[in-house]
Design a protein around this ligand. Structure first.
Ligand code: ADP
Ligand code: ZN
Length: 614
C-alpha cells in the first residue's frame, strides 16, 4: 500500500503548498504519520482541532482516491469548496445531484482526476454504488464524525454500520481512518469494534484548546446577560444555544427588537428558512445566531468568537461539541454556560419523555450528573473537561476559565459542610438534595414532619441561609466528591470518604460562595490581551482586508472564511506584506490561493505603502 515510503516531510511540503501552513499541529502530525505508514487510525480531536487536514494531506500523497464518508450534505459542499479553492481536485456525491451529475463524477474518479470523493454513509448501502467503487483504486477510506456508528453517541446513524462491510468487500482493502470529537470510553470501544479497525493507531489530542476561555455562570439573569453580552460584542459572530424552540424564538425577538443583526435556527422552521438563516450567518450578514442544538453540525464557520449556552446541555459530549464551534481559527474565544437549577429539571424531563430501555436511561442520568458536576466545580474547567474525556494533561490550570480567573476569596466552609454531612448521615443517606436542604433550613413541611426529621439535632442547623443557598452548597460538595448522588430520576445523596474525614475534623472545606462576577465586555474577557500582538494588529487595515475578502467571496460564491480566515487576515495586517514572497509566508496563504486571491491583497498593501509615503 505504501510503495514509495512517504514521510512526514513530504506531508509538510503539501501542507505548505496547498494550505499555506508551515507546521502540523501536534496531534495532526501523529495521525498523518500513522496513515502514511499504512495503519488504520482513529483520531479524536475537538471540533476545530483540524481533523480534515489529517486525511486530506495523506490523500494528496497516497496513490488513487480517498473516499470520505461524511454525515452531512452541507458539510460536504463546504469542504469540497474549500479544497477546490486551494487547488485540490475533489468532489462530492449526494442526493442533491442529478443522476447525470453523479455519473460524471464517478467517471472523473475513474479517470483518476479526483483525489478526494465525499459521500454520505447511506450511499455505501447501495449495490450499484459498491460495484462502481470496486472498480476504482481507493487507497484510503476516511470516516468523519465516526461516533455516529455508536448507539451511545448522540447522533447514532444506522448506515454507519455499512462502513465496515463496504471496506472489507473492496478488492484491495484500503487504509481505514476514523475521526470524531467524542472520546468517551463506550463510544471509543464501539468505533473500534463496529468499524473493525485493524491494529489501529489511536490518538486523542487537543481537546483543551487553549484559545477557548470556558465559563460557567450560576444565578445570572440570563436574558439580561445575553442582551448585554451581544451588545458589547456586536461586531463579532457568535452563537447562543437555547434548549427549546420557544426560547429560541423569544430570545431572537428580543435581540431583533434591540436592533441586533440576529438570526435563528431550529427544527420548527422550514428547510428554506433554515438554509437562508444559516447562509446569512456564514456570510457574516447576521452576527448572532440563536439556535437549538439542531444548528451546528456541518457549520464550518471558523471565526465564531463566542458560544453562549442559555441552558445546560444534556451531557459533556454535547456541550464540548457545541462550545467547540467557537474559535476554530485558533483565535481567542469565549464559551459561556449560563446555569440554573431549572435546567436540571428540563433535562430530566427530556430523559423521561424519551422511550428507551432502562440501561440507556441510567446511562443518560449518569452523564447528566457529570454535566451538573461540571457546572458546580470550583476546579479549573479545562482540567475538569479533560479528565472527563480521559485526556492526559499536566493538571496545570488553564488560567483563563471562570474558575481560574475567579477572584473571590476562598471561604472556610468546614462548619457548614459538617452540618450538611451530619444531617445526611442522620437521614440515613436515603433522600435527595431538596429534602436535605429543607431539613437544614428547618422547614416544617409535611414530608419533614412525616419522617420525624424535625426532631433531628440538625433540623434548622442552617436556618440563617435560604434553602436555595443550602442547595447550592450541597451541589458544590457533590461536584467536589464529598458527596455522591445515586443514579436515576430521584437521586439520593450519599456520603463519600472525604466527607468522613471532614466530620472527624481531619480535613477543611473551602468554597467560593459569593455570586460570580460576570465576564461581560472588558473585564473577564481576555481576548484582547491575547490577540496576535494586540498593539500590532492594525484594526483599520484588518477591516479593509475584510472588505476585500467579502468582495472576493461574493464573486466566488463561497463564504468569506474559505478565501482566507480571520487569523490569516490578522497576520497580514501585522506583517503588511509588500512582495509575493512575503505574502506567501503568511499562514494560510498557499500557492493556489496566492495565485487566485493573493494579488488583490498585495495590491492593497502596495498602494497602502505608496499612500503612507506620500
Ligand atoms: P475540524 O474538522 O477538526 O473541526 P478543521 O479541519 O475545520 O477542524 O480545522 C479548523 C481550522 O484550523 C481551519 O480554519 C483550518 O484551516 C485550521 N488549521 C488546521 N490545521 C492547521 C495547521 N496545521 N496550522 C494552522 N491552521 C490549521
Ligand atoms: Zn482554568
Amino acid at each position: 500500500m505504501n510503495p514509495q515510503e512517504l514521510t512526514i516531510e513530504n506531508a509538510q511540503e503539501m501542507l505548505q503548498k496547498y494550505y499555506g501552513y508551515p507546521d502540523f499541529r501536534e496531534g495532526q502530525k501523529k495521525i498523518v504519520a500513522s496513515l502514511l505508514e499504512g495503519r488504520d487510525t482513529l483520531g479524536i480531536m475537538p471540533t476545530g482541532g483540524g481533523k480534515s487536514i489529517c486525511y486530506q494531506v495523506p490523500a494528496l500523497l497516497l496513490p488513487g482516491l480517498t473516499l470520505v464518508v461524511s454525515p452531512l450534505i452541507s458539510l460536504m459542499k463546504d469542504q469540497v469548496d474549500a479544497l477546490t479553492t486551494a487547488g485540490i481536485p475533489a468532489a462530492y456525491i449526494n442526493s442533491t445531484l442529478t443522476g447525470k451529475e453523479v455519473n460524471e463524477r464517478i467517471r472523473a474518479a475513474r479517470r483518476g482526476e479526483l483525489k478526494l470523493l465525499y459521500v454520505a454513509p447511506e450511499r455505501l448501502e447501495l449495490d450499484w454504488f459498491r460495484l462502481e467503487m470496486a472498480e476504482l483504486s481507493i487507497s484510503c477510506v476516511a470516516v468523519d464524525e465516526a461516533h455516529c456508528v455508536s448507539q451511545w453517541g448522540h447522533d447514532f446513524r444506522t448506515s454507519y454500520l455499512a462502513v465496515s462491510p463496504f471496506v472489507e468487500e473492496l478488492p484491495e482493502r484500503p487504509i481505514l481512518a476514523a475521526f470524531t470529537a467524542t472520546a468517551t470510553p463506550e463510544v471509543m470501544e464501539d468505533m473500534l469494534r463496529l468499524l473493525r479497525l485493524r491494529g489501529p493507531g489511536v490518538f486523542v489530542t487537543g481537546l483543551g484548546r487553549d484559545n477557548l476561555a470556558m465559563s460557567v455562570l450560576r444565578g445570572e439573569n440570563k436574558k439580561e446577560f445575553v442582551l448585554e453580552y451581544t451588545a458589547s460584542h456586536a461586531h463579532q459572530p457568535g452563537i447562543v444555544y437555547a434548549a427549546t424552540r420557544k426560547e429560541v424564538d423569544d430570545l431572537y425577538q428580543r435581540l431583533r427588537n434591540a436592533g441586533f443583526a440576529a438570526g435563528r435556527y431550529h427544527a420548527g422552521m422550514s428547510d428554506d428558512e433554515r438554509a437562508e438563516s444559516q447562509e446569512a450567518f456564514l456570510y457574516d450578514d447576521i452576527r448572532v445566531m440563536v439556535a437549538t442544538n439542531a444548528f451546528g453540525m456541518g457549520i464550518d464557520k471558523s471565526n465564531v468568537r463566542y458560544v453562549i449556552h442559555y441552558n445546560m446541555p444534556k451531557n459533556m459530549e454535547a456541550y464540548v461539541q457545541e462550545a467547540g464551534r467557537a474559535g476554530r481559527d485558533g483565535e481567542p474565544s469565549q464559551c459561556i454556560l449560563l446555569f440554573s437549577a431549572q435546567d436540571i429539571m428540563t433535562q430530566k424531563f427530556l430523559i423521561e419523555q424519551n422511550p428507551q430501555d432502562s440501561e440507556r436511561k441510567q446511562n443518560e442520568y449518569r452523564k447528566l450528573q457529570q454535566m451538573i458536576d461540571y457546572c458546580y466545580t470550583t476546579r479549573c474547567l479545562r482540567s475538569a473537561m479533560l479528565d472527563y474525556f480521559g485526556e492526559v494533561h499536566g493538571d496545570k490550570p488553564c488560567g483563563i476559565c471562570s474558575s481560574c480567573t475567579d477572584e473571590r476569596e476562598l471561604v472556610d466552609m468546614t462548619v457548614d459542610a459538617q452540618k450538611i454531612f451530619s444531617c445526611i448521615h442522620r437521614m440515613r443517606e436515603r433522600f435527595g438534595v431538596a429534602l436535605v436542604s429543607s431539613v437544614l433550613k428547618g422547614s416544617r413541611s409535611q414530608k419533614v414532619l412525616q419522617y420525624g426529621f424535625d426532631k433531628l439535632p440538625t433540623h434548622g442547623a442552617m436556618s440563617g441561609r435560604t434553602e436555595k443557598e443550602i442547595t447550592e452548597i450541597v451541589n458544590v460538595l457533590i461536584s467536589e466528591g464529598y458527596l455522591a448522588l445515586s443514579e436515576g430520576q430521584y437521586p439520593v445523596v450519599r456520603l463519600q470518604q472525604p466527607a468522613a474525614e471532614v466530620l472527624r475534623g481531619q480535613r477543611e472545606v473551602r468554597q467560593r460562595v459569593a455570586r460570580p462576577s460576570r465576564p461581560s465586555a472588558g473585564g473577564r474577557d481576555r481576548s484582547r490581551s491575547r490577540d496576535l500582538s494586540p498593539s500590532a494588529v492594525n484594526e483599520t487595515v484588518f477591516e479593509q482586508l475584510r472588505l476585500i475578502r467579502r468582495e472576493l467571496a461574493g464573486r466566488e460564491h463561497v463564504p468569506s472564511y474559505i478565501i482566507f480566515n480571520d487569523a490569516t487576515l490578522r497576520e497580514m495586517s501585522v506583517v503588511c506584506p509588500q512582495t509575493e514572497e512575503e505574502m506567501m509566508k503568511v499562514k494560510g496563504v498557499g500557492e493556489v490561493k496566492y495565485r487566485k486571491y493573493g494579488k488583490e491583497f498585495l495590491d492593497f498593501f502596495q498602494s497602502e505603502l505608496y499612500s503612507n509615503e506620500s
